[in-house]
Design a protein around this ligand. Structure first.
Ligand code: GAR
Length: 210
């Protein structure tokens, strides 16, 4: 089976969606390890409960970003993954780390990229009064939240939405699109081309499928 390593920092609801897809044979592979930079991340408990190897690798125990990412590379490679899945992994990655896994690392981001890279996406979308918001799955490149987008889910922002309601709506969409993108990759349908992403050999538009 194709092997997946998931990196996270928090709750791990996206991990849970991937675990559920796997249990229904809809993922095209097996999550072999979950690694967190936060030892008390709830996502590690979700992994353990599902019988998945759960590894805490606290970044505070390392002197530099380079040292931490070097240690992380070692732990990841021990599991010989075909795909690295970032699921709420709240750290900026070094160029060395990104290069090591280029073309086989996906991230999910809570905005319709290229809008709102970085943090506090829901608050920014609300402050701007946009009518649409959502989430994106993309290949990870050295540009923060700037790699080729694979798939997006959009939703209408309503007048009474708050940061909390938006966050909840976006999460529900994330749980739908992440297993789809991971499945495409593991089934050999999705590739990183160096400049963009291709699905079944055809270049995806800059904002992926929606
Ligand atoms: C998700 O909304 C994901 O898009 C976001 O963190 C949340 C993790 O939720 N990721 C980022 O902001 C990456 N910069 P989860 O732990 O419940 O899956």
């Amino acid at each position: 089976a194709r092997r997946i390593v998931v990196l996270l920092s928090g709750s791990g609801s996206n991990l849970q969606a991937l675990i559920e897809a796997q249990s229904h044979d809809r993922l095209g592979g097996e999550i072999v390890a979950v690694i967190s930079n936060e030892a008390d991340a709830y996502g590690l408990k979700r992994a353990r409960d599902a019988g998945i190897d759960a590894v805490a690798l606290p970044h505070r125990e390392y002197d530099s970003r380079e040292a931490y990412d070097g240690a992380l590379i070692k732990v990841i490679e021990r599991h010989e993954p075909d795909l690295i899945v970032l699921a709420g992994f709240m750290r900026i990655l070094t160029p060395r780390f990104v290069q090591r896994f280029l073309g086989r690392m996906l991230n999910i981001h809570p905005s319709l990229l290229p809008a709102y890279r970085g943090l506090n996406t829901h608050a920014q979308a609300l402050a701007d009064g946009v009518s649409e918001h959502g989430c994106s799955v993309h290949f990870v490149t050295e540009e923060l939240d700037g790699g080729p987008v694979v798939i997006q889910a959009a939703l209408k922002v309503s007048a009474d939405d708050t940061i909390e309601t938006l966050k909840e709506k976006v999460h529900a969409r994330e749980h739908l699109i992440y297993p789809i993108a991971v499945g495409w990759f593991l089934n050999g349908r999705l590739q990183y081309s160096g400049t963009g992403a291709t699905l079944d050999g055809t270049a995806l538009p800059p904002q992926g499928l929606r």
